[in-house]
Each structure stands twice: as structure tokens, then as C-alpha cells.
Design a protein around this ligand. Structure first.
Ligand code: ATP
Ligand code: MG
Length: 351
């Protein structure tokens, strides 16, 4: 029977709709399993630019730092595309403030939905992987220079940065199918050589029970499409992870199904669906809430250590998908709130 403080950052577009689904699932779980969740809603992204002239206002920052976990909807939209301040700056700021260095994106292809995958059934059926992306280093945070004719982007990684994210991958693998694929470009890039050496050493010293393989990022892109079922945990640096996780996210047939967890050293985490603000469907109750609900299941598991509750939410999501209560992106006719209500009812029923 715990009491937990959850900050909710609905953000823009469909963000508020899907975040509301996450909050309502937690309320039901609180009732059923006897926990108290205190929700504190704060502004981030475009809406915060409108109200505070800042995509990451100070009171949002304060609340996020103090929270047990944060649920984020989505940020961004055409309204702010040409502005001086960008909604996405809010996202980078909250990741930095909370010290989040590992982004976890689980991806599995549901048997009942396998026909929606762009890949053939025999290739994709049974695919079930976890991509762990490093979030604080590499090209996205290196020094940049620019003259009229030349541009540079510095790519920096330290042993400590590689080690802490590799550790997350090995630990996750032990709870899954015990295999890690480490992705780099060690035949060409120096940071990748450091990456590979560090992963090999850590594996030898502490995780030799886990199967480890190395893949070059270019061939990995190919293998994700030709044999996605051969991967369990995939770990890679920031930019490779950005690209490969988007590639993998299309395999289940809808981006609306997938959630993510961003973790730091303290157990605190930020949980958000992998999709964006989807302005084309915002405000119409069409958004699939499952990506957010999968994220909330990870919140229960990783930040609150409520494993039974996390499994119950995952099982309720699967049951509702199997029953065919589906939003439009999955070929159904249910609204987002109908799917959310069906999952909540399933949680109560199965408890
Ligand atoms: P961003 O720049 O914020 O990532 P985007 O337009 O690149 O935005 P999304 O917002 O993820 O990407 O939208 C991509 C497509 O997927 C859109 O057609 C959108 O309607 C659809 N989509 C995204 N999320 C969902 C969802 N939860 N349910 C149904 N459809 C969705
Ligand atoms: Mg996008």
C-alpha cells in the first residue's frame, strides 16, 4: 500500500487525451490494489510557450525533480513550428533535469495484429525486442561549429556513459531472454570502438551469463527488417538508437501501440508514448491510448516497483486488443476513450 507522487505533463495535440487515459488507469489500479497516487499536472511544450513564454517553466521543473515518476503526453504542433521557442526544447530540458540517460522502447508484434505489420507474417511473427538508446551523449550533445562552407558536429562518449547504459541493457536482458545485441560502427568511428571495448569488458567482468553479440549499425538496419525475431535487447548510442527505434516502431503496424521509459540513476523516470502530438487527429478522441498505457505499465515496474500491478495493466491491454476493441489506426471503430474504459474495466475484472 504505497503513496506515490506522479507529475503529469499532458503537452500538446493528442498529448492531453492519451495522458488522461494513463491517469485513469493508475486511478483504477490505485483503487483495486490499495495505492494512493497523487497527480500533479504541469505544463510543457507548446502550451507552456503560450502561457509562460517558456517550453519548460520553473514550476514544472521543480515538480518533475521531486516526483516519483513523470507521465508525458506529447509536445509540438504546427502552431509553434516557426516560433523562436520550440516545444521540443521542453522535452530535452526535462530529460536533462531528471538526469535520464537510458531510453527504453519495447516493441512486440501482437499475434492478432500481425496482419497490420508492413512485413510478411512469417518474418515478423513473434518479434519481441527492447531497444535501449543512450540519451545524453554522442552527436546530439557535442560541440557544433559552422562557417559558410563548413560544419562540424563533435561526437563524444566516455567509458562511464557507455558503461551505465550497457548495464541497463544487461540487467534488462536477464529479466527477458538473456541476449544483448550491441550496435555500433566500430569499423569506422572512434567513439564506437570505445563503445564496443567497454561493452566487452563489462560483459566479461559482470554479465558473462548473458549472451552478447555485436552488430554494425548499417547491417543492423537490414536485420531489423529481414529477421526481427532474432533480437532480444538491443543497446546503442544516441543517434543510432534514434534511427533504429523509429525503424523498429513501424513493425507492429501502428505507432500508437508503443511506449517508452527514460531512466536515470535514481529510479525516477519519465514515461511517454513514442508517437508525437499527431495534430491531424487531435481533439477528435481518435488517438490510441495504448502507447501511453504501455508506458504507465513500465512506470509501475521501473519507478514504483509494483510488478503485479504492471503485469495486470499489460495483461489488460493485451486482452482488450485480443477482444478487438480497437481504435482506427488498428482498423477498429472504437474511440480512444472507449479503449481506455475497456482496459480499465478489464483491470477490475481480472483483479
Ligand atoms: P512529431 O514531430 O511530434 O513526432 P509526427 O507528425 O512526426 O509528429 P506523430 O505525431 O507520431 O508524428 O504522427 C504520425 C502519424 O501517426 C499521424 O498520422 C498520426 O495521426 C498517427 N498517430 C500518432 N499517434 C497516434 C495514436 N496514438 N493513435 C492513432 N494514430 C496516431
Ligand atoms: Mg515524428
Amino acid at each position: 500500500m504505497g503513496t506515490f507522487n506522479i507529475v503529469v505533463l499532458p503537452g500538446d495535440g493528442i498529448g492531453p487525451e492519451v495522458a488522461a487515459a494513463g491517469v485513469s488507469a493508475l486511478k483504477v489500479i490505485g483503487e483495486v490494489y490499495g495505492h494512493t497516487f497523487n497527480f500533479d499536472e504541469k505544463r510543457i511544450g507548446g502550451i507552456a510557450i503560450d502561457t509562460d513564454n517558456n517550453p519548460y517553466p520553473e514550476d514544472t521543473d521543480k515538480a518533475c525533480r521531486a516526483a516519483d515518476a513523470v507521465i508525458l503526453g506529447a509536445v509540438g504542433g504546427p502552431k509553434w513550428d516557426l516560433g523562436k521557442q520550440r516545444p521540443e526544447q521542453g522535452l530535452l530540458a526535462v530529460r536533462k533535469a531528471m538526469g535520464l540517460f537510458a531510453n527504453l522502447r519495447p516493441m512486440d508484434v501482437k499475434a492478432s495484429q500481425v496482419h497490420r505489420s508492413p512485413l510478411k507474417r512469417e518474418v515478423v511473427e513473434g518479434a519481441d525486442m527492447l531497444i535501449v538508446r543512450e540519451l545524453t551523449g554522442g552527436l546530439y550533445f557535442g560541440k557544433q561549429t559552422r562557417t559558410e562552407t563548413t560544419a562540424t558536429d563533435e561526437c563524444v562518449y566516455t567509458v562511464a556513459e557507455v558503461e551505465r547504459v550497457a548495464r541497463v541493457a544487461f540487467e534488462a536482458a536477464r529479466k527477458r531472454r538473456n541476449k544483448v545485441t550491441s550496435v555500433d560502427k566500430a569499423n569506422v568511428i572512434e567513439t564506437s570502438r570505445l563503445w564496443r571495448e567497454t561493452v566487452i569488458r563489462l560483459h566479461k567482468e559482470e554479465y558473462s551469463d548473458v549472451e552478447l553479440e555485436h552488430a554494425l549499425v548499417d547491417s543492423m538496419a537490414m536485420h531489423l527488417v529481414t529477421r526481427p525475431t532474432s533480437f532480444d535487447v538491443v543497446v546503442t548510442e544516441n543517434m543510432f538508437g534514434d534511427i533504429l527505434s523509429d525503424l523498429a516502431s513501424v513493425l507492429p503496424g501502428s505507432i500508437g501501440l508503443l511506449g517508452s521509459a527514460s531512466l536515470g540513476a535514481t529510479g525516477q523516470g519519465l514515461y511517454e508514448p513514442i508517437h508525437g502530438s499527431a495534430p491531424d487527429i487531435a481533439g477528435k478522441d481518435l488517438a490510441n491510448p495504448i502507447g501511453t498505457l504501455k508506458s504507465v505499465a513500465m512506470l509501475l515496474r521501473f519507478s514504483l516497483n509494483l510488478l503485479t500491478e504492471a503485469d495486470a495493466l499489460d495483461a489488460a491491454i493485451d486482452a482488450v486488443v485480443e477482444k478487438g476493441v480497437l481504435t482506427r489506426d488498428l482498423g477498429g471503430t472504437a474511440s480512444g476513450s472507449q479503449v481506455s474504459a475497456a482496459i480499465n474495466a478489464q483491470i477490475r475484472e481480472s483483479a
